[in-house]
Design a protein around this ligand. Structure first.
Ligand code: SF4
Length: 183
């Protein structure tokens, strides 16, 4: 396991998969390195790739508003990362081999942060971290425990931008996350 500086350097120099060829920036993660709660998306989008920070486009603004509802702030009391650290071209889903190549960086981040709770943002992260057969429409908001960490998934903020009808369900999921944080 690497410490933060070495991990970040290794990630920024990484050429383990083909996504290194088209990235502008590696998007390592942002937040409090001692947070109780870690949010994990699938991978950087265009704005994230350009700015080097996760969730900074329109979906990121919505995520910040969602965090605010449950008294969280990316610069204070949570951490945000992705399954893959470089942007899949055209915002396609990250391939399994790209996820396999990158997942050790996230594992190392989890080992350093030691979160009590991990929230998957969307289907890809949930299928990687909770269950390969995870169905986000049916299972969002449910809790499972793995290796002493509570995991759940909510809709990806991009999905909430496309479909506002999903927002009431997500509001309930957010309240459930706040309850779990208070336990
Ligand atoms: S996506 Fe991950 S494994 Fe692939 S080049 Fe970027 S940092 Fe390395």
């Amino acid at each position: 396991m690497l410490e933060w500086n070495d991990l970040q350097n290794a990630c920024h120099q990484c050429t383990r998969c083909g996504l290194c060829e088209t990235r502008h920036n590696v998007v390592f993660g942002v937040g409090n390195q001692n947070a109780d709660i870690l949010f994990v998306g699938e991978g950087p989008g265009e704005q994230e790739d350009l700015q080097g920070e996760p969730f900074v486009g329109p979906a990121g603004k919505l995520l910040d508003a969602m965090l605010c509802i449950i008294d969280l702030d990316r610069h204070e009391n949570c951490y945000i990362a992705n399954i893959v650290k470089c942007r899949p071209p055209g915002n396609r889903d990250p391939l399994e081999l790209e996820q396999d190549a990158c997942i050790d960086f996230l594992r190392n981040q989890v080992a350093l942060i030691k979160p009590r709770i991990i929230v998957c943002l969307g289907r890809i992260a949930a299928q990687r971290l909770i269950d390969p057969e995870y169905r986000i429409t049916r299972q969002h908001g449910q809790w499972v425990q793995k290796n002493g960490i509570w995991l759940t998934a909510i809709y990806h903020p991009s999905a909430l931008l496309r479909d506002e009808w999903k927002r009431p369900e997500t509001f309930r999921d957010l309240l459930s996350i706040r309850e779990k944080l208070r336990e």
